[in-house]
Write a protein that binds this ligand. Structure first.
Ligand code: HPA
Length: 240
């Protein structure tokens, strides 16, 4: 048991997929996992454990933003010993070459959040980085399945509505897309010596003011979730 996850010891798998939305966690459990149990409903941040292709995998909703994912990622690693944390979420395309429905893998995450300065003090600009094995595994799965897949630097913003930040400058420096959770996930994984990766799908494009329709959103979510589950199954332990 921890403050925000009231799960008995041993009920969370060593590999956890992390959607932001609790209803997406439910959708993932119902449509991808077998032999599912619900281990958490505190604040409706649903957490499930089940099996996918014979591997034991959990799905934990994180809520939106750096403070919220920091709570769940910390408790999963510190209190439940989770080893592999794979965020499955949406992002807003920034670079010109990014298209709606692309898969973006966060190799590294830039941020305007104070979490780096608060952790390391002034003058140190730690680079939150995705796990290389998870990254290459996901990239291989995505490319073999024929998805347009981009790997690179993403922006993990502190605010969704953020017109003060110079996003053009970040785009000029090759930042692919914006979202709100990855720097915290990578920073905490580094702290606890665990592995983390953000797998995202492009639901909007900031520069071109493009947005997926509801139907396209569902299709693209399923593409991304398949990559997430296949990556998780490659690194997870067998269910026995
Ligand atoms: N900003 C931040 N997070 C997001 C966005 C965005 O434009 N789109 C999807 N997640």
């Amino acid at each position: 048991m921890s403050i925000h996850i009231n799960a008995p010891a041993g009920s969370i798998a060593d590999t956890v997929l992390l959607p932001g939305d609790p209803l997406r966690a439910k959708y993932m459990a119902e449509n991808y996992l077998q032999d599912v149990t619900l281990y958490n409903s505190v604040r409706d941040a649903f957490g499930y454990t089940g099996t996918y292709k014979g591997k034991r995998i959990s799905v934990q909703a994180t809520g939106m933003g750096i403070p919220s994912i920091s709570i769940y990622a910390t408790e999963l690693m510190r209190d439940y010993g989770v080893q592999n944390l794979i965020r499955t979420g949406t992002c807003g395309g920034m670079a010109d070459r990014v298209q709606l429905r692309d898969i973006v893998l966060g190799q590294a995450s830039s941020t305007d959040s104070s979490i780096i300065a608060n952790t390391f003090g002034p003058g140190v600009y730690f680079a939150p980085t995705g796990d290389f094995e998870l990254l290459t595994t996901a990239a291989g799965i995505a490319k073999d399945a024929g998805y347009r897949t981009l790997v690179g630097n993403v922006l993990g913003e502190d605010r969704f509505y953020n017109d003060e930040l110079d996003k053009q400058k970040l785009m000029d420096y090759g930042v692919l897309a914006t979202e709100m959770e990855t720097p915290a996930l990578y920073l905490l994984a580094a702290k606890y010596h665990r592995r983390a990766l953000a797998i995202m799908t492009v639901s909007d494009h900031l520069g071109r003011d493009e947005h997926l329709s509801a139907d396209e959103r569902q299709l693209t979510l399923d593409d991304m979730l398949t990559i997430g589950f296949e990556t998780a199954a490659t690194v997870a332990k067998s269910a026995e």
